[in-house]
Design a protein around this ligand. Structure first.
Ligand code: UD1
Length: 426
């Protein structure tokens, strides 16, 4: 079993380069299914989720090549059967994007109900509501969602909740439908805009992405393209939080500062110095953090995927902070792990009340999901002593070369393999 071991309280210094955005990549790769040609996608992060979704397409008949570490070339023309079985998709939430992409291409799709991070009920009712407006009926049978339309025809969809997944899936299904589809109350995340730009680079006509009304004018054909995906907002935010935890002075490169505004605003409130440049930011922390309150919201609000990492640093801030998780029902499972390190946190439903302590202390902890795992790294870097993080496969789903990147900015961090049976069965 692999673990990450961190000796904390070393200041971080130097430069770190952010990889391409996971959540953009896992939407753009399935979107390639809609193309009638080869798509070259650059700035791809080399992480498990991306490799999994590329492998799923390959096993469905696409030709997938990786000419270099950050580029994928995908020829989807070999995909003839729009079916993705449970064995293929079980580990990946974003495999639900295959529903929209295959439906858009073949007017039918069968995809097993997805896995992914477990932080409460993850319904797909809004995705299905959108498909229904486009003329597709659905049934759930044998663990598979099956959708089918005689012909997809554009329509008017109002999302009852702002959903990234539903917005992506409806865009994918609508892009080749007849006529215009309007999505109201659409998600505005940077990766929604990136997906729209990618689709348009193939010849689609998607307008308004980044606002809450997206209009998709259906086109007959989508062609080959070369496209470079945006930098990962959450990976960048995690390194920002890490500097805020450990202290130091780090230049974070390959970022879009605009995408980081809500994170930057909160860290500044806590007393962290942040300098913004065209495609990089410098983060400096030289004194104890101040308390603050955080409420997660859809973009441009504070991202729920940064909630565990910001909570991790608030555990060492001066004063009492309140974290309100307003997107997911059950995203405080990591709190038990932070308590093991000496954090004082009480949770009541969607609220966590954090009494800042002077410093956390290293302890054995678990990554309960991807961002919870990132929060363990952030906490451990600021803690006194040694932290051992188990279940790091969750972290590797979303962070490229995480140990190497942190080591390069001065962290005392390593990956170790333990075959101690007591550890393995713990
Ligand atoms: C995406 C991100 C995930 C992030 C989340 C919110 C990817 C691959 N994953 O997940 O990391 O935490 O956005 O920013 O991009 N909902 C419904 N009905 C639906 C769909 C969603 O009620 O049909 C609710 C969910 O229960 C949740 C909220 O809407 O409370 C937001 O979910 P959504 O934006 O769809 O999240 P994902 O797309 O799954």
């Amino acid at each position: 079993m692999e673990k990450i071991v961190i000796n904390g309280a070393n200041k971080l210094h130097g430069e770190v380069k952010i990889s391409g955005a996971k959540n953009a990549a896992v939407a753009i790769i399935p979107a390639v299914v809609l193309s009638d040609g080869v798509c070259r996608i650059e700035n791809i992060p080399n992480i498990m989720d991306v490799n999994l979704i590329a492998k799923i397409l390959q096993e469905m008949g696409a030709k997938v090549q990786r000419p270099n570490k950050t580029t994928l070339e995908i020829d989807p023309r070999g995909i003839k059967n729009p079916v993705a079985t449970y064995d293929l998709v079980r580990h990946m939430r974003a495999s639900s994007y295959l529903l929209g992409a295959l439906l858009g291409k073949f007017s039918r799709a069968e995809v097993a109900l997805p896995g992914g991070c477990d932080f409460g009920v993850r319904p797909v009712d809004q995705h299905l509501k959108g498909f229904a407006v486009l003329g597709a009926k659905h049934i759930v049978e044998g663990g598979m969602i099956k959708v089918k339309a005689d012909k997809l025809v554009g329509g008017h969809i109002y999302l009852d909740v702002v959903s990234v997944g539903a917005t992506v899936n409806i865009m994918l299904a609508a892009v080749k439908a007849e006529g215009r589809t309007t999505i109201e109350n659409a998600a505005k995340e940077p990766h929604i805009v990136d997906l729209a730009n990618f689709l348009n680079s193939m010849g689609a006509d998607v307008r308004g992405a980044g606002t809450d009304v997206i209009k998709v004018n259906g086109v007959k054909r989508l062609n080959s393209t070369t496209y470079s995906i945006i930098p990962d907002q959450i990976e960048a935010g995690t390194y920002m939080a890490a500097v805020a935890s450990a202290g130091g002075n780090v230049l974070i490169q390959n970022v879009i500062p605009k995408h980081l505004e809500s994170i930057t605003a909160k860290l500044r409130e806590m007393g962290v110095i942040i300098e913004e440049y065209d495609d990089s930011i410098r983060v400096i922390k030289d004194k104890r953090l101040k308390r603050c309150n955080v409420k997660t919201m859809p973009h441009p609000g504070f991202p729920t995927d940064m909630q565990p990492q910001i909570a991790a640093i608030l555990t060492m801030a001066d004063g009492t902070s309140i974290v309100n998780e307003a997107v997911w029902d059950n995203r405080f499972r990591y709190v038990e792990e932070l308590r093991r390190m000496g954090a004082e946190i009480s949770v009541d439903g969607k609220l966590a009340v954090i009494e800042g302590v002077e410093q956390l202390e290293g302890a054995p902890v678990k990554a309960t999901d991807l961002r919870a795992g990132a929060a363990m790294i952030v906490a451990a870097l600021g803690a006194k002593g040694t932290t051992q993080i188990e279940d790091i496969r969750h972290i590797e789903r979303g962070y490229e070369d995480v140990v190497e990147k942190f080591r390069a900015i001065g962290a005392d961090i390593r990956r170790v393999y333990s075959n101690d049976p007591a550890v393995q069965t713990a």
